[in-house]
Write a protein that binds this ligand. Structure first.
Ligand SMILES: Nc1ncnc2c1ncn2[C@@H]1O[C@H](COP(=O)(O)OP(=O)(O)O)[C@@H](O)[C@H]1O
Ligand SMILES: [Mg+2]
Length: 204
């Protein structure tokens, strides 16, 4: 039996949310993860555009305004109908029903590294890069997730200096119950790097 088959058999049909600030690696990690567990990957940003699940376009943010009700309905029906593990790659996971989700994995990236990655997005204006780097500094995704999901379903992974393979291995260890939830010890970049990180990002 291949390693893939073994993981697949032991995990069955589960729903894994891969979340994090844009640029933290959600899509790269999800793609590799579904290969490993024979899962179904929904890249929600892509899915919203491909299926026109939006009500308009926010010029300032350069992003679509999603039709939340329709999106939730679609995602819930995909989850219901799938007989494989479902990996939902999304940066606003608080729209999902927490009862439908088994694991929420938050990818975190050192804001200085994240800024380098986001600066490569040619279509992103500076204010959008800054807004997202600031969201990572402040842990906005984690705090939204913790308001919405029971803590025991939530895991953070510091992806800084890790390659995709290593991150996927960590996620599989979580699914197999080899890593417990962080339980109140969440990543705090202000504590880890110090307030000097705000110097570059304080102004808008
Ligand atoms: N662990 C990693 N190490 C180095 N580069 C990464 C890592 N994860 C993602 N990247 C790179 O960062 C960029 C953003 O990754 P992506 O998967 O698109 O993030 P997201 O889907 O969260 O916006 C891509 O260019 C990707 O190749
Ligand atoms: Mg993505």
């Amino acid at each position: 039996m291949s390693a893939n088959k073994r993981v697949e058999r032991s995990i069955g049909k589960i729903v894994i949310v891969i979340t994090g600030t844009p640029g933290t690696g959600k899509t790269s990690v999800s793609r590799r993860l579904v290969e490993e567990i024979n899962g179904l990957h929904i890249d929600v940003s892509r899915y919203v555009i491909d299926n026109r699940i939006y009500t308009g376009y926010d010029e300032y943010r350069r992003s679509y305004i999603i039709d939340e009700e329709k999106l939730i309905e679609k995602l819930e029906s995909i989850i219901r109908e799938s007989n494989k593990p479902v990996v939902i790659d999304i940066h606003y996971p608080e729209i999902l029903d927490p009862n439908m989700v088994d694991y929420i994995i938050i990818l975190r990236t050192n804001p200085l590294e994240l800024e380098k990655r986001l600066s490569k997005r040619k279509d992103w204006p500076l204010h959008k890069i800054k807004e997202n780097v600031m969201a990572e500094i402040l842990g906005v995704v984690t705090s939204n997730v913790l308001e919405h999901y029971p803590e025991e379903k939530v895991y953070e992974i510091d992806t800084t200096n890790k390659n995709i393979e290593e991150i996927v291995r960590e996620i599989i260890a979580i699914i197999r119950g080899k890593r417990k939830s962080s339980m109140k010890k969440w990543i705090d970049w202000l504590e880890l790097i110090g307030p000097k990180i705000l110097d570059k990002h304080g102004e808008y």
